[in-house]
Design a protein around this ligand. Sequence first.
Ligand code: PAF
Length: 289
Amino acid sequence: MIIAHTIEEVRTQIRQARNEGKQIGFVPTMGYLHEGHLSLVKISKRQSDFQVMSIFVNRIQFNDRKDFESYPREYERDFALAEKAGVNLIFLPEEEEMYHNQRTFVEVESLADHLCGATRPGHFRGVCTVVAKLFNIVLPDVSVFGRKDIQQALIIEKMVKDLNFPIRIIIAPTIREEGGLAMSSRNKHLSSDERKRALSINRGLHAAKSRIESGIRRKEEIIAAVRSELEKSTPDKIDYIELVSYETLQPIEHIEGRTILAIAAFFGSTRLIDNMLIEPEGDSFTCVL
Ligand code: PAF
């Protein structure tokens, strides 16, 4: 596995892989890899021949300096996991390599208005800017994003479409720990009590699932079921519990088409997010966690 620190090194390696007729797969990350990231590489390997992973804790997408500074960084551990998963090239740039008097930023309108966009102003502008830059550096054929960050994945899909990046975006299923907690690098910050309490997010999604599968469609009833499960475990703060349209990411009152139920809550100082897809199937709906 090659570890590249500069854009030039990445470009040389990609040129070589392309000359050998290889299709490029790309998984952007901020490191502290877990099974969720490795599952993205696995999917990318099925679709392409040369696997690139970036590890870059992107300061401009953090609206809380403490969150940026405490983001876990363990590169040697990441290298070992990535290599085992079949990554061919890691791009690990320094901040100066990525941002030098940056004056251009990418924003996807409207899709970022709600959910994490509302509570983390500027977050998706930072994500889109770094992902657009990484796409231009790596020039992948395919890039895989996790469904846990569904708003991010849909915003990137839209950016790719609007800006005509010749890249296929794949949104991969959420990988969960035992008990159903969605895998996230931030889980490392949870104490054992917070981790136990955070399982209420999954219980909340299941409570909504059983309501929806029994025919309930009104937002009020579904959100109340989730809130009641969450509150039993006294989260330190509930950022949002929201039902939004899959296509527009705008809040809805009543489930009619493809919908997302999304949750963000703090346990201790750790902010966790999760979601469930609600897919129409004939006259009813299937819920996918
Ligand atoms: O999901 C993440 O880890 C980050 O938002 C991403 C896509 C790597 C951009 O920094």
